[in-house]
Design a protein. Sequence first.
Length: 383
Amino acid sequence: MPVQFRQYLYFILSILARIFNRKSYTFKPYLIFKHPNLAEASLTMNQSTPLVSIISPTYNHEKFIADCIESVLALSYSNWEMIIIDDGSTDGTYNIALEYAKKDSRIKPFTQKNIGIFRLGESYNFALKHCKGEYIAILECDDIWLPEKLTLQVAALEANPECVLSWGKAYLTSIDLSFNYSLAPSANIDHQLFFNNPKGIFLKEFIYKTVIPALTIVIRRKDLDAIGGFIQGFGLPLIDIPTTLELLMRGPFAYIDEPLGSWRIYPNQATKTYTGQMTTSYYALIQSIMQRFPELFASQGLTPEIMADHFRNRLVISYSRSGRYKLIRKDFKGARKDYIHSITHYGWTQPVWKLRSAVGIFFSFFRMDIEWLAKLIGNESYK
């Protein structure tokens, strides 16, 4: 379909949508210009609505799970199933899921004896066995989606069969969803890399920034099966990074350049509890992949020496941040341990962060966090 004709078609449909007071979910100007095939796919979306299986692991998310499920129920795309895996919650999480399941048969809750976050891959792959969809989406139960998410992503994947997954932007938001801290990924990154075309070109930016919000990921089922399902390992308390890295080597991505959901940020979540350990484990993962794809790493200037230097800097920051999160949780002894680790390891890299760690140690002896100080100097609070 010629570009000019698509533009006129969009103009006419936009006018019709306003006349009938309806919001157009499929015809977006940025999609027409950035994804030429997507506008054509949108024309047939009503006839092509493959099943999307949503995998939603949860543990003690009593305060959040209703928001999560309601956001799925509000989707403009209706052909989905939601596989909820409760990891032995000790609160009312599973009962809330059951109540929703009574009202909507697309919601399918399971529960199991608690196995913990370091065996999260087992929970995901258990859910995968129960999935019937052509596409597999990730949505952990403390996050939410925006209404157009699946409509946009299914259209993109249907229009681009070579793409192994789709992802997009997400708000990093406060625990009560009242305030958005930022929008990820940031605007100062070359967005052309986000399409990973040719495959592997996104590797360097992914390693340095780890920019893909997990809640935005939708994977083509056949490609997920081809890599053996969800991947964890390396002591990581998550599956999205190792799984996405494996798929990054397999094919291009369908990137959606607009917000698709909201990612709650709070001190007790896994990424804030195991901050330093996660960076150490991530380095081990990258070293493993480097051994398998040495030519790809070399073509992007990612030598073992450069990787070692990058992660030395990153580990100083990670352990300093971990100390700050522990101060918020009132784990003052644990905070001091992480702050001291940040100062005494990894040479003289990141002196400003080492100074921050020294300030954190001082506050820990007075059993105080540093959030008021962060606000005073114009930084965001981690609370």
